[in-house]
Design a protein around this ligand. Sequence first.
Ligand code: ADP
Ligand code: ZN
Ligand code: ZN
Length: 736
Amino acid sequence: MTENRTYASVILPLRLDWTPSYEIPQGETVSPGDWVRVDFAGRSYCGIIRETGISPDTDTGKIKPLASIERNISPVTEEEIRLWDMISEYYMCSIGEVFRVAYPYLKISRLETMARLREKEKARKQKALDKLLARAARIKARIEKKKRPEDIARLTAELRETEAGIAAITGPDIAGGTPESEASGAGPSSIVLTAAQKSIFDDIIAGNGNGKPVLVKGVTGSGKTEIYLSLAQKVMAEGRNVLYLVPEIAVSRQLGERIRTVFGEKLHTFHSEETPSARGKTAEYIRECRNTGNRYIVLGTRSAIFLPHHNLGLIIIDEEHDSSYKQDSPAPRYNGRDAAIMLSTIHHSLAVLGSATPSLESVFNARCGKYSMLTLDEKYYRAEEAGVEIIDTAAERKKRGMTGSFSRKLIFRIEETLKSGGQVLILRARRAFSPVLQCPECGDIPKCPNCNVSLAYHKSPDRMVCHHCGFTAAFDGRCRKCGSRLQGLGSGTQKIEEEIRTLFPSARTARLDSDTPKSVVEATIRAFNSGETDMLVGTQIITKGFDFPGLALVAAISADSLLGLQDFRADEKALQTLEQLRGRCGRRDRKGHLVIQTNRPEHPVFRHLEKGDAENLYTELLAERKEFGYPPYTRLVNLTVKDTEEYRADMMSGKLAETLKRTLASHASSWKHETVSAPYSPSVDKIAGNHIRIIRITLNKDKTLREMKKLLAVTVAGFEKSSRYQGHIAIDADPE
Ligand code: ADP
Ligand code: ZN
Ligand code: ZN
């Protein structure tokens, strides 16, 4: 005797390679996207209905009922779940892991509170609205009875005021206000594009790319932002919404101010430094827009792709080359740029990627016709591109031309710049005072007890810090082994700052790196922007999207450290960093100057920069990638094995590599070019107590890719289970 039971599958915020089923209680109905609460492995979770009316493959006697159905929480949309699916497939993780990053403010109690507040607010508004509507009706009736023009005028004014009150509650879009009221109130918001900008704008609007993503390669200061904002205006005037992605929050602040002058209240920001409740509110506002018809523009970092978007007409991916778009950990290890392209396919939105120094991936996509590329080489303020000067520090040292980290030539350049009222920016890729300490007597180097790296010496307060796990130890200047005085090796940003204070005592200086407290970052940027400081020293953070009008000279100190040894992307990144730096200076009418101090003046990255033919370097780098089988010609997947025991990290990574090789070999006929590397130790092979081994898998970029990834994911999951090794292996598709 069977009753008529029905079942639904539920997405749980967990790493599961299957979707568990639950019984729908008699008399209840649920739909995909509904929030529910369920018991799973002895714990209560909130989850999302994925599919209803399924016939579960497990014994139905074992299936539990849904514990509750959370009707107060707005359901997740079909488009959201589609994006989660795409990301989980591409990045080889569970849909639950994607769900978890999409709803980090997941606490169901919080969602309930929000839903209650929203209901209250709705009721309050409705009450106020009813009152005003009744009043308007009363006034109208009175107007009809009046004869004297002054009475009618008085009452008409009263009616207008009441109607304005109604409009304020229902919103301009519903109250029949002009749909394009963005321009009102907010100051100088009209954008007048230059001829060059207009032609790019027109090309994009004309859709010459047939719906393909558009890559805008425009030199720094060419006004890419103005083009994006014009596109956003157009799209919003047509009643669709806009997502404006930036790699980092720091960049978004200056930009946010600019966007607000154009879009006022319609602008919403979304990033991980906002409080969960602020993010939750924005998400709910966006969700409500579906019903209210209000349009929005969201300025956010990568996680903003997970908002409940709808009717998304345009996605802007600013500074698309920036590696901050990639999420390192936890899963999904997604690249916000590529995930945004997935989002654009769901909403049929126009995707615009912009950069002065596009990623090789995007250039490749443009060259092979997957993206359409538009180029803008003209700076708005007509400044010439900054000149590039390479200083050979090895040669200078021989001539005794170095004072600390500075060459005589660079000191002269700085003095000259300061004298003429210009500002100076100095890039040093390492923070701290000295990146390494060493005992001159016994040679001992203080190391982090948790990681296989040396401790960096930080000043004021004096301490030794691990840059990988944050371990901090007191610093008394003495060697632990023999008691001699420790010596600092190399110069980090703190030391460079001290050096410039001595070399240029009258200059006002500041420093910006990840040691700078968050509360001070903005003030430091503002002070340099307004000319209150003359010199700013910093790490790569200073290359990101800032517009400093008085900046005339930029110098990269020890630029060799930008050129990595192991990383196949290092040269590309070095080029991008230096080209971005170059773009920061001479933004208005004066020609800027970029100085590169290096021991390797002949390196192609520096040479091409000097010649100003980055395009050729791109061609060379692409040829190299092709020759050695690197992306964008192939796809890489890294498997990272972490274990507190070194022997186990070695043993298990060895076994995993063997298993993978066997599995791939069994499919050898169609997939003979895939390679599984032997497990290797990365340059920092122990972090926070975990020994790290990496297995690198190179996949062909063809029709078999999806299938291969699935096979890999299944193999890894099977290995974890059969050898009881859950929680030690991380999968990273398209590692940075
Ligand atoms: P990019 O993003 O390409 O580096 P920006 O959009 O920041 O360049 O523009 C650089 C500077 O030029 C900014 O100060 C911007 O206000 C100004 N600018 C660019 N285009 C215009 C324009 N069409 N009208 C007014 N100012 C512009
Ligand atoms: Zn010693
Ligand atoms: Zn450490």
